[in-house]
Ligand binder design. Structure first.
Ligand code: GDP
Ligand code: CA
Length: 355
């Protein structure tokens, strides 16, 4: 295998802080590659990760934060590499015992090791600590090498509107039930982020975006990970106003998600499953006409997969989204570090073009 060239472009200044908006597995794996790239090529750079908490669910009295945990375990070396979520060496005795009682839900993969995390989190939340402080406390064990902040300390949950049994009626179920139990195979009419309107960004979120030298959007789910974070009042505005370039990486390669069911999420919001359509949905930051109904675009730069999606370059760049095609498959840490390197280079190129 070729040794990756991780050296930064010497003509460009080195950034000191990077802010990343992230979902679970896609976000976590990308950040692991980013940290690898930074350690080799730009040591000293601080990374702040703003994580989606719309997937959070309370089960059996436990507050479960799947995306925060995926990031914490992946960066802290505790993740199950085969599954991509949860702890390595996990056992499921508690889940089996709950099923033996017939205690629903039986579809959630509640691991024994993982449960210790949920117990500590729930105990601290019950004692009055905000989720951001609890996350910081959990990270004292995992040492993820980033500052990990939930998007909000307020409880917000993604629910999915689907058809109810009675013809012509609808019902809303928790995102996790739709995703895990139904494998996203039940048609989603709409995603509703319950509690979003009144939610505030967690302490440090807005400052991290405003003060960042570069903002990155990993190849996370554009609807139920990044899209959710953007619904917290103030976050989209901060992205539009920051002086940092905002560069994203496509989670869609060759018209399909690399992993998971993001196509079902995109279909529900009327966006085609393509790297180009996702960038158009995010919108260009420079556009004076707001993209969609959401109050303005957020992207300066966009990376698409080189073998399949390079046609997007000619279509997106004139819109104000500087687009490049590079390999975007996170097959291992080195390949992912190369993606991070390309994203950082594009951000610096965009910064240099401004002056
Ligand atoms: P989740 O919360 O665990 O679903 O994770 P994220 O929202 O952070 O990321 C999910 C997205 O990651 C999916 O839409 C995948 O298509 C994308 N993804 C996973 N692996 C890869 C990869 O190797 N390359 C790219 N480009 N996207 C990936
Ligand atoms: Ca998630």
């Amino acid at each position: 295998m070729q040794t990756p060239d991780l050296s930064p472009d010497p003509s460009n200044p080195t950034p000191r802080s990077v802010a990343v908006l992230a979902g679970g597995i896609g976000g976590a794996r990308f950040i692991r590659g980013l940290l690898h790239y930074l350690a080799v090529s730009e040591p000293g750079t601080e990374v702040t990760v703003i994580a989606n908490t719309g997937d959070d669910i309370r089960l059996f009295g436990l507050q479960i934060c799947p995306d925060l945990d995926s990031i914490m375990y992946t960066l802290g070396g505790g993740i199950s590499e085969e599954r991509g979520w949860g702890r390595e060496g996990e056992t499921f005795t508690i889940k089996d015992e709950l099923a033996a009682y017939g205690a629903p839900p039986t579809w959630f993969g509640l691991g024994d090791r993982d449960t210790a995390t949920h117990l500590v989190r729930t105990q601290m939340l019950s004692a009055g600590y905000p989720l951001s402080a609890v996350t910081e406390a959990l990270c004292a064990r995992w040492q993820p090498g980033v500052r990990l902040i939930p998007m909000s300390d307020d409880r917000v949950e993604t629910h999915v509107v689907i058809d109810a049994d009675e013809p012509g009626t609808k019902q809303a179920i928790h995102f996790q039930e739709w995703w895990i139990r139904h494998r996203a195979a039940v048609h989603a009419h709409e995603f509703v982020l319950i509690g979003a309107e009144d939610a505030k960004p967690a302490p440090g979120v807005i400052d991290a975006i405003r003060n960042a030298d570069i903002v990155l959007l990993p190849p996370s789910n554009p609807v139920v990970s990044i899209g959710t974070i953007l619904q917290i009042p103030g976050i989209r505005e901060a992205l539009r106003q920051t002086s940092a370039p905002v560069v994203g990486l496509s989670p869609i390669v060759g018209g399909a998600p690399v992993r998971g069911m993001a196509d079902a999420c995109l279909e529900a919001i009327g966006v085609a499953t393509s790297a180009e359509a996702v960038a158009r949905h995010y919108g260009a930051r420079v556009a004076s006409v707001p993209a969609g109904a959401d109050g303005g675009g957020i992207l300066d730069g966009w990376l698409v997969h080189d073998d399949t999606d390079s046609a997007a370059i000619a279509n997106l760049t004139p819109l104000g989204i500087t687009t490049r095609a590079v390999p975007l498959l996170m097959t291992d840490v080195d390949a992912t570090a190369q993606m991070a390197s390309a994203a950082m280079d594009l951000a610096r190129e965009i910064m240099a073009a401004r002056t």
